[in-house]
Design a protein around this ligand. Structure first.
Ligand code: PDD
Length: 287
């Protein structure tokens, strides 16, 4: 089945989708994005993603070409026509196509660009990796200083991911001034020997994960202690459990960091419990 995608107001087969070579996202990474997961053919935390999109747009003084209601409609239509039961929807809004390459922003009346496409991922929720966990390496965080804005500047995270793969690992945890900021495309956590979840506090240093917000809320509701503070790679290696969260992987155990086992190197009790609560609650609230 040819995938139907949404480009600047039109639903088209992916092979016919076109954007201008002068699109600001292509030339300047002048665009923001969101990734929303789909379970049971429904959107997980659409509201959270729509709100963060608006925040990213506001921070960059960019306009959205559509309203939140229209955005929801486009997401739903793509899920419907592409028959997605489990998968992801990628959405990108850009400052549009200027008349020519120019560092200055294009005139105010330049229409913003918008692209959405689906990724069919059967088995997303029952991912076997959640049973065995993943291995990460540490990697210096050399990204820009506004990581709270979800821009399409993803070259550095991509380099981190490749460095991990070259070492036979799955992902990299980025480290700045001795402390973990986040994963290449996810938020990072540890569980202390006392059973407290520790994750870096919100600031411009990390993306304000939508999954993070939900997971911390559910953890607190389940009377699990949460500490929002920075932690080092060493503390993580000596923790009881470690994990990451993202819209595309939900809650995923980390069992090895820079070749050192976390706990006994197998998936512990807390992370699968949180994953289960997250999936159950989010499925109930899906739209
Ligand atoms: N990435 N931190 C970074 C740097 C991210 O890129 C992401 C998401 C997250 C987790 O945010 P959320 O829980 O809202 O997905 C944290 C998406 C999934 C991606 O780039 O594919």
């Amino acid at each position: 089945m040819t995938r139907t995608v949404y480009v600047n107001g039109e639903y088209v087969p992916e092979t016919e989708a076109k954007i201008s070579i002068f699109d600001r996202a292509f030339l300047f990474a002048d665009g923001v994005y969101e990734v929303t997961s789909v379970l049971d053919g429904k959107l997980i935390d659409f509201d959270g993603h729509a709100k963060r999109l608006q925040r990213s747009l506001d921070e960059l003084k960019m306009r959205s070409p559509v309203t939140t209601e229209e955005l929801l409609e486009i997401h739903r239509e793509l899920v419907r026509v592409n028959e997605i039961d489990e998968g992801l929807i990628y959405l990108q809004v850009t400052r549009g196509a200027a008349a020519d390459r120019d560092f200055a922003f294009p005139p105010e009346d330049t229409p913003p660009g918008i692209v959405l496409f689906t990724q069919n991922k059967p088995g997303l929720a029952n991912n076997p990796t959640a049973q065995k966990g993943i291995k990460v390496i540490s990697f210096e965080d050399l990204r820009w200083g506004r990581r709270d804005i979800k821009t399409v500047q993803l070259l550095y995270p991509s380099l981190g991911k490749m460095a991990a793969k070259e070492q036979g690992c799955d992902d990299a945890w980025l480290v700045e001034d001795g402390f973990v900021t986040e994963g290449t495309s996810n938020n990072a956590y540890i569980v202390t020997k006392e059973g407290t979840i520790v994750t870096r506090q919100l600031s411009n240093d990390i993306l304000h994960g939508i999954t993070r917000a939900a997971v911390l809320r559910f953890a607190r509701e389940a009377q699990i202690k949460v500490e929002e503070r920075p932690f080092t790679i060493e503390e993580a290696q000596n923790a009881k459990e470690a994990f990451f969260t993202s819209a595309s992987a939900f809650v995923m155990p980390v069992v090895e960091i820079d070749g050192e086992k976390v706990g006994d190197g197998t998936v512990g009790d807390m992370v699968p419990r949180i994953r289960e609560i997250y999936l159950e609650e989010m499925r109930k609230a899906a739209v």
